[in-house]
Design a protein around this ligand. Structure first.
Ligand code: MN
Ligand code: MN
Length: 455
């Protein structure tokens, strides 16, 4: 069913939800800043930190708690009526996004031009990152231990950066290459300066840039070694289309689902089961590391909460995980009529047809997939129908065309019931991805129903 038709009397709600989401996108362009935004939203709704809860010494129904993992991931908990060992309702998304990271020794100059060397993060089509305005975000830990936040290129008055491309006049050789070879990883060098430090003989452009960085951030060249600096598309998210029905922005995958999960939880007050909005890092690079879904962070926080209920034992933790129900909140490939060959139309995700339930992802013969149980698929389907949510099913493209994965299987390994759920995206993993405003509204409604409706 067309979700726009269904919501035709609720367009104001659809548009205002989008507006808030776009604000979230603009304030959180990295996993760190997204995490910060989520915690800010949670605090405004009365959430307290896990440390504060531990100090208090106990938890009870209706308590609202957040736990931050190294400033890059966060879990929000709304304590339910039932004990945690009876299972949680979890909506899990990721807040890391494909991008360009600065290398540890990034700065150099050549032919009067200053550059920063990058190493791309996640799956990108490299040529898409040339000739667009870029901004720089991150943290630097100075030699004395001071942590400095860096953000250049978002304010209208800020300068921006870019990666150059070869003019068509001279691109005869480049144009015969494949799209993956036309622009290679080692050519993703960000242009950052041209003016020399006057009076210097050698490396004068580089020296001038370092002088500016030192004045602004008190940092030296060596401090890049202890920094995490990300290069992302500069500028804000924008309404897309004459009808303003879509959003063009960097980072929909997967802030669009993470935001919906957070918002659905913050708009819930009293639930039967403990409800969780989980926003993790490192999904785009395999969920490893201590901020990815494979880390023990989530388990450890749940252990702390079980301890706060009283009488902790490991068995309760195991039961809590195994009895949980999870929507692995991640985006899917929206059907793009310009590239119809890559899709199988009967099982595709269509823009404007609501939130998507994806039974399985994976590649080739479903390799690496979670493949939700039919029983759980049926349960979520009934919840969505009860909540008057417009939903569709969809595969990630046609068989043997490629594929992908999410964090679904990681929580399923504990025994939890997990299904992938999100919205269709056009131009996924590109600098500017597209979502439909009505789809993201249906996702929010679906997530809220998942938390609040028990069959
Ligand atoms: Mn994703
Ligand atoms: Mn992705």
């Amino acid at each position: 069913m067309n979700a726009w038709e269904f919501e035709k009397n609720n367009l104001e709600k659809v548009m205002s939800y989008s507006k808030e989401y776009m604000n979230f996108l603009d304030n959180g362009k990295t996993e760190r800043t997204s995490c910060k935004e989520i915690v800010k939203m949670a605090k405004e709704k009365g959430y307290i930190s896990l440390c504060e809860a531990i100090k208090k010494g106990n938890i009870k129904k209706g308590d609202k708690i957040y736990a931050i993992n190294k400033e890059k991931a966060v879990a929000l908990f709304l304590i339910g009526e039932k004990e945690i060992q009876e299972g949680m309702k979890i909506i899990g998304g990721h807040i890391d996004v494909p991008r360009l990271d600065l290398k540890p020794n990034p700065i150099y100059e050549e032919s009067n031009l200053g550059f920063l060397k990058t190493h791309y993060y996640g799956g990108i089509k490299k040529y898409q990152w040339t000739t667009i305005p870029l901004s720089i975000h991150g943290v630097v830990i100075l030699n004395d231990g001071t942590k400095v936040d860096i953000c250049i290129g978002e304010d209208e008055t800020d300068p921006v950066f870019c990666i150059t491309d070869l003019l068509p006049h001279l691109a005869k050789d480049q144009m015969t290459k494949t799209m993956s070879e036309g622009v290679i990883g080692e050519k993703l060098n960000v242009l950052v300066g041209n003016m020399p430090l006057f009076g210097e003989e050698k490396d004068k452009v580089e020296k001038n840039i370092l002088k500016i960085l030192n004045e602004k951030y008190n940092m030296t060249n060596e401090d890049f070694l202890s920094a995490e600096i990300e290069v992302v598309p500069a500028g804000k998210s924008r309404d897309l289309g004459f009808d303003r029905s879509m959003i063009l922005s960097y980072g929909h995958d997967d802030r669009v689902c993470s935001y919906a999960g957070v918002k659905a939880l913050l708009d819930s007050e009293s639930t039967l089961f403990t409800c969780v909005a989980l926003c993790v890092d490192k999904e785009e690079v395999g969920s490893n590391g201590n901020t990815g879904m494979h880390s023990k962070f989530f388990e450890n926080v749940v252990s702390e909460l079980i301890a706060l209920e009283g009488n902790y034992c490991e068995l309760k933790l195991k039961r809590a995980m195994a009895n949980s129900k999870v929507l692995s909140a991640d985006v899917s490939a929206g059907y793009d009529p310009n590239y119809s060959d890559a899709y199988e139309k009967r099982n595709s995700v269509f823009m404007g047809e609501g939130v998507v339930l994806t039974k399985y992802t994976g590649s080739r013969g479903k390799s690496g997939c979670n493949d939700a149980n039919a029983e759980f698929m049926a349960e979520v389907r009934r919840i969505f129908d009860k909540g008057e949510v417009i939903w569709q099913t969809g595969e990630l493209g046609k068989v043997d065309q490629g594929g992908g994965g999410t964090i679904a299987y990681i929580l399923a390994n504990y025994g939890a019931e997990v299904i992938d759920c999100g919205v269709g995206v056009l131009s996924m993993h590109s600098p500017y991805e597209v979502v439909s405003k009505v789809d993201i509204y249906e996702m929010y409604k679906g997530f809220k129903s998942f938390f609040n409706i028990n069959l």
